[in-house]
Design a protein around this ligand. Structure first.
Ligand code: DGT
Ligand code: CA
Ligand code: CA
Ligand code: ZN
Length: 601
């Protein structure tokens, strides 16, 4: 399905080149919207005709033509025309953090800078300082960003970023001048990887912004201060290389998590808490939509608040204009005629058209873990320890699903060991929780399962997952996974693509076909909550939810701390607009067990 990715890339390039050329911003915005829509599509975009493309909100006739041109010829004429005008090295510089199109345009048109090498040279010989708006401070920032881009191309896993964000937020809340502090940005939206952390702090009345900013810059682990303003700061914080259970798997490229991540701080007065949080949470695209909506209603929205629109050039907050709303997100959304939108849904994927209040799945709704390993295969806990840990989370059910025989490195069970293990699981008792005996059975490369049908039919829960042959082509992957779904004993398709974020792409099945099969066979698709997996991914969850497909959120528990990953699985579900009704882990005990047993008649 890489035609989707290629078409999305071409559209995104067009948007960026338009920005670099200083063309009207609505054109660039439209192309970057279309790029995201195509990149997130569940089906092969080349199977859609012009009518089907134009039926997608956000894709108009002109862009539909460009997509069709790309699918039929492998080219986009407009892309080539723009590429003839914009140096390729300049386009590449758009990926460097803190380098926006305006700055790059100046560097290019006034200073003849066309790529990273000429930019470095202009910095080294000082000639950059003769260009407009290029002071020593801003040049030093550019130099550091370039340096960073060279050593680290990768975004950080949500799970790794989460722990650091929690530490920093705790530290900020401990300062006596701080009324409220929260991590915003892509982290708050639960995006699977984050580019940098964004922390918002609001001050108590009379507190000193400079002092609070200084406290932030003195956080433990800070290796570099990139910006040190009174109310805006940026630092770089060192990270360790803990990549969980995948530490030793280097085959498909070592994970480059570090050595550091940028953290941005913004300090605002407490009256602007709601508007500041909204601005800083983003996404940028969601913010653009909100501002469009505000303008249509005669208001303007920024991080200081929602203000009545007037013709003045100076921003309203500096003129003492009183905002219509600013203190809470709820009142700002309400003033715009909208329900409070969960951060995970703020991606400009139609959320402003959502009718009524949102009720997405929450961590507190989860009452069962249906994919967990013990010492019988590659887990660290006994059956009782696992069940007690699940009980402590308030779960009513835990399923023991150790690996099947083909997963030799994970000490998978052959049929004889499995039979003994099932007995042990059924004999184990922890008061207040039901322990189910199951298996995480391998889906072999051709779609057959790793145990005979009679063996599978004797298990309480069957999670079927792909572990090997993860680079097979899309068509083979689709029929392989559909074959597994069609097995009457299978309840859950575990980590459907087998991807590892920043490490391997995994399978790329036709998601629409997969979801259709799952609905037809009443199989739940798993969101594996480990932050290295988050598989299904958000946009595919959304497709599944729209099709009424059941979803499981499982921690794939191997050791006690894995259960803390639940929040990442839940956030991924929320990014796909998952409700508790469709998530089998949220069901009450009777309903869940009845559904599991239905496949055993
Ligand atoms: P990331 O860091 O790449 O994972 O993604 P974000 O969404 O955290 O992006 P970031 O850190 O550049 O900015 C944080 C938020 O600040 C962003 O989600 C929305 C807001 N923001 C930043 N730049 C702009 C902008 O140019 N326009 C608008 N409307 N909002 C912006
Ligand atoms: Ca960010
Ligand atoms: Ca940022
Ligand atoms: Zn697995």
């Amino acid at each position: 399905m890489s035609v989707n990715a290629a078409a999305a890339q071409a559209l995104d390039d067009i948007a960026k080149m338009m920005d670099l050329l200083g063309e009207e911003s609505f054109k660039a915005i439209a192309h970057s919207r279309a790029s995201r829509l195509v990149g997130d599509m569940g089906e092969d975009v080349s199977t859609l005709d012009k009518k089907a493309l134009m039926a997608i909100p956000g894709i108009g006739a002109k862009i539909a033509d460009k997509i069709i041109e790309f699918c039929t010829t492998g080219r986009m004429r407009e892309h080539e025309e723009l590429a003839a005008r914009v140096p390729p090295g300049l386009l590449a510089l758009m990926n460097v953090p803190n380098l926006g199109p305006k700055t790059l345009r100046t560097l290019w048109q006034e200073g003849g800078i066309t790529d990273a090498a000429s930019l470095e040279k202009a910095i080294a010989d000082g000639s950059i300082l003769t260009l407009p708006r290029m002071g020593a401070k801003s040049v030093e920032k550019i130099r550091q960003s370039l340096e960073f881009a060279k050593t680290s191309g990768e975004r950080l896993w949500l799970g790794r970023a989460w722990a650091l964000a929690a530490e920093i937020v705790d530290r900020m809340r401990a300062h006596q001048g701080v009324a409220k502090a929260e991590a915003a940005g892509s982290l708050r939206r639960g995006k699977e990887t984050v580019g940098d952390l964004d922390v918002l702090v609001c001050l108590k009345k009379g507190a000193n912004a400079a002092e609070v900013s200084e406290w932030f810059r003195a956080s433990p682990g800070v290796t570099q201060v990139l910006a040190a303003g009174e109310s805006k700061s940026s630092v770089r914080v060192a990270l360790n290389h803990d990549t969980g259970r995948w530490k030793l798997e280097g085959k498909e490229g070592e994970a480059k998590a570090g050595p550091s991540i940028q953290v941005d701080l913004r300090v605002l007065p407490v009256e602007s808490w709601g508007s500041g949080l909204m601005y800083f949470t983003g996404s940028k695209e969601h913010n653009i939509r909100l501002r469009e909506r505000a303008l249509a209603q005669g208001m303007t929205l920024n991080e200081w608040g929602l203000f009545p629109e007037d013709d003045e050039k100076t921003p309203p907050q500096s003129r003492g204009v009183k905002p219509v709303a600013s203190a809470t997100e709820e009142e700002i959304y309400a003033t715009l005629g909208l329900a409070w939108t969960p951060p995970e849904a703020r991606e400009d994927r139609g959320e402003l058209d959502h009718k009524g209040a949102w009720r997405l799945v929450e961590v507190g709704d989860i009452k069962a873990e249906l994919h967990a390993h013990t010492t019988a295969s590659d887990g660290t806990m006994s059956i009782e320890q696992l069940a007690s840990a699940a009980k402590a989370r308030g779960f009513h059910t835990i399923a023991v699903t150790d690996h099947s025989r083909s997963s030799a490195i994970a000490n998978g069970l052959d049929e004889k060991r499995l039979a003994a293990h099932v007995k042990a699981v059924h004999a184990a008792k922890v008061p207040g929780i039901t322990i189910l005996a199951g298996s995480e059975v391998d889906i072999l490369a051709d779609g057959r399962l790793d145990y005979d049908d009679e063996v599978l039919a004797g298990l309480d829960v069957v999670v079927a997952s792909p572990h090997a042959a993860l680079s097979q082509d899309s068509a083979a992957a689709t029929s392989r996974l559909i074959k597994a779904i069609s097995n009457p004993s299978v309840h859950i398709l575990g980590h459907p693509t087998g991807r590892l974020l920043n490490k391997r792409k995994g399978l790329e099945p036709d998601m629409k076909a997969l979801i259709e099969a799952a609905v037809a066979h009443d199989v739940a698709l798993e969101i594996n909550a480990h932050w290295m997996r988050l598989d299904l991914r958000d946009v595919h969850v959304r497709l599944a939810v729209e099709a009424g497909c059941k979803i499981a959120i499982n921690c794939d528990t191997h050791e006690p701390r894995d259960m803390d990953n639940l929040r990442f699985g839940v956030m991924t579900g929320r990014r796909g607009w998952l409700t508790p009704e469709l998530c089998i882990n949220c069901w009450e005990e009777k309903k869940l067990h009845a559904w599991l047993k239905k496949k055993r008649k």
